[in-house]
Write a protein that binds this ligand. Structure first.
Ligand code: ATP
Ligand code: MG
Length: 393
C-alpha cells in the first residue's frame, strides 16, 4: 500500500531540516518539464536516472545516477524527497513498491503496473465499461492457435515495454501472425484487430489523493509511423459529443484505480464515429505539451500539485493551439534547424530537451503554436512545418 501524504507539502517549506523536495524516477524530457514546473513553484528536485546526461538530471538540484532498482540509489532518493513521481511507465514496478513503503508515490505502483501490461490495461478498460479494440492475448502456442479469423488483419503488440510503435508488427494472415510472434521472441503479446481509424484523440486528467479530479480539453492527435507528430486543440477539433464521451471514459478509468497524479488516455475515433480506447500513460503525455503555452496551468503544474497534495483547480485553455513534435530527423548534420526563421512567426514557442545528439525518431523537442483563432494557429503551424521540413497535415 502506498504511504499517504497526510498534509500538503507546501512550496518553500522546510521538512526535517531540508527544503521541500520532490523526486522523479526517470530523467527524460517529461521529467525535465516536471522539474521546471516544480522549481518554478520553489520546490527542490531530485532525479534518479542512470544516464549522466539525462535531460531532467541536467536541470535538477540533485541527480542520482544509479539504476532504477539500485537499493542505494532508491535510499538516496527517499532521503532527499518528501514525495516521488515517475516520468515513464517502464520504471520497474518493484522500485515504486520500495519507494511507496516509505514515501508518498504518485502514481502508485499498482496503477503503473496496469499501464505496463497491455493485457491488464485492456481488462481494466473493459471493467470500466469503455469499449476496446477486439483483441486476444497470445502468451502460449495454444492461444496462438485459438486466435479467431475475425482478428485479422491485425496488429501484434508486445504486452510490455512497447512505445512509439516499437514492439508492434502488422499481420494479415495466420502465417504472418505466427512469424511475427516468433520475431517478437514469443513474449506475451496482444493481437488487436486493425481498425479503420478516422482520427485519434487523447484526454489528460489530474486526480488528487482526496479524489478530486480535473481535466484538460480533448486533444486531436496525428501519428506518423507510430509516433505522435501533431496535436491540435481547439473547440470543435474533436466533435463535442465524442469529446464528452472521451472525458467521461478517462475519468472513469482514473477513478476505477483510485489514480493519483496525471493520467493520459489515448483513443481511436473509428470511421463509423465510434470511440474506442487504445491505451493509457500513467504520467504527463506528449499530446499534452501544448498546455505549457495554451493553458493557465500545464500538465506538469498539475503533476506537481497532485504529488504535493495541493488543491486542484480546473485548468483553462486560453488559446487555440497546435503542437509539432520535433524529431531528430529534422536536424541537419552537425547543425540545427532554422529556428531564427521559425521564431519570426508570431505565437511560436520552442521547447528543446537538451539532447545533444539528434537521431532519426528521437524526440528532441516540440514547437507550440498559439494564436487568436484556430485558423490563424493552423496557418502559422503550416508555415513552421514547411520551414522545418515537416510534411503538411
Ligand atoms: P505510444 O506508447 O508511444 O503511444 P505505442 O507503441 O504504445 O505508442 P500504440 O499506441 O499501441 O503504440 O500504437 C501506435 C499507433 O498505431 C496508434 O497511435 C495508431 O495510429 C496505430 N494503431 C495502433 N493500434 C491500432 C489498431 N488496432 N488499429 C489501427 N491502428 C492502430
Ligand atoms: Mg500510443
Amino acid at each position: 500500500m502506498n504511504k499517504p501524504l497526510h498534509k500538503a507539502l507546501l512550496p518553500g517549506s522546510v521538512v526535517n531540516g531540508q527544503p521541500a523536495t520532490l523526486g522523479v524516477m526517470g530523467g527524460g524530457q517529461l521529467g525535465r518539464m516536471f522539474v521546471h514546473a516544480a522549481q518554478a513553484m520553489g520546490y527542490f528536485t531530485a532525479v534518479l536516472d542512470p544516464d549522466t546526461a539525462s535531460p531532467a538530471g541536467l536541470v535538477s538540484h540533485h541527480h542520482i545516477q544509479t539504476d532504477y532498482l539500485d537499493e542505494q540509489g532508491l535510499a538516496q532518493l527517499m532521503q532527499r524527497c518528501a514525495a516521488i513521481t515517475t516520468e515513464f511507465e517502464n520504471v520497474p514496478a518493484p522500485a515504486l513498491v520500495t519507494l511507496g513503503a516509505h514515501r508518498p508515490v504518485a502514481p502508485a505502483a499498482e496503477a503503473v503496473a496496469i499501464a505496463q501490461d497491455r493485457a491488464a490495461e485492456k481488462a481494466h478498460f473493459v471493467h470500466c465499461g469503455v469499449p476496446v479494440a477486439p483483441h486476444a492475448v497470445i502468451a502460449t502456442p495454444a492461444q496462438l492457435a485459438a486466435v479467431g479469423e475475425d482478428l485479422l488483419p491485425g496488429i501484434l503488440k508486445t504486452a510490455r515495454m512497447g512505445y512509439d510503435g516499437k514492439g508492434q508488427i502488422r499481420v494479415k494472415t495466420r502465417d504472418e501472425l505466427a512469424a511475427a510472434w516468433d520475431q517478437l521472441k514469443n513474449v506475451p503479446c496482444v493481437l488487436e484487430k486493425m481498425l479503420p481509424l478516422k482520427a485519434e484523440c487523447s484526454v489528460i486528467v489530474a486526480r488528487g489523493a482526496d479524489g478530486q479530479m480535473v481535466h484538460f480539453p480533448v486533444q486531436l492527435n496525428l501519428h506518423r509511423e507510430g509516433i505522435l507528430a501533431v496535436t491540435t486543440v481547439n473547440e470543435g477539433a474533436v466533435p463535442a459529443d465524442l469529446a464528452a464521451q472521451a472525458v467521461a471514459a478517462t475519468r472513469a478509468i482514473a477513478e476505477g484505480i483510485h489514480y493519483v497524479g496525471v493520467l493520459c488516455v489515448e483513443f481511436f475515433i473509428l470511421e463509423g464515429g465510434q470511440l474506442v480506447v487504445n491505451e493509457m500513460a500513467p504520467r504527463p503525455h506528449n499530446s499534452g505539451h501544448y498546455t505549457l503555452d495554451a493553458c493557465d496551468q500545464s500538465q506538469f503544474d498539475l503533476q506537481v500539485s497532485t504529488l504535493a497534495g495541493l488543491p486542484l483547480t480546473q485548468p483553462r485553455q486560453h488559446s487555440p493551439a497546435i503542437m509539432l513534435n520535433l524529431l531528430g530527423d529534422l536536424w541537419p548534420e552537425g547543425g540545427a534547424p532554422a529556428w531564427d526563421a521559425v521564431l519570426a512567426l508570431p505565437g511560436t514557442h520552442l521547447h528543446l530537451y537538451g539532447k545533444l545528439s539528434a537521431r532519426p525518431g528521437r524526440k528532441m523537442g516540440h514547437l507550440n503554436i498559439t494564436g487568436a483563432t484556430p485558423e490563424a494557429v493552423r496557418a502559422t503551424a503550416l508555415q513552421a512545418a514547411a520551414l522545418l521540413g515537416i510534411e503538411a497535415f
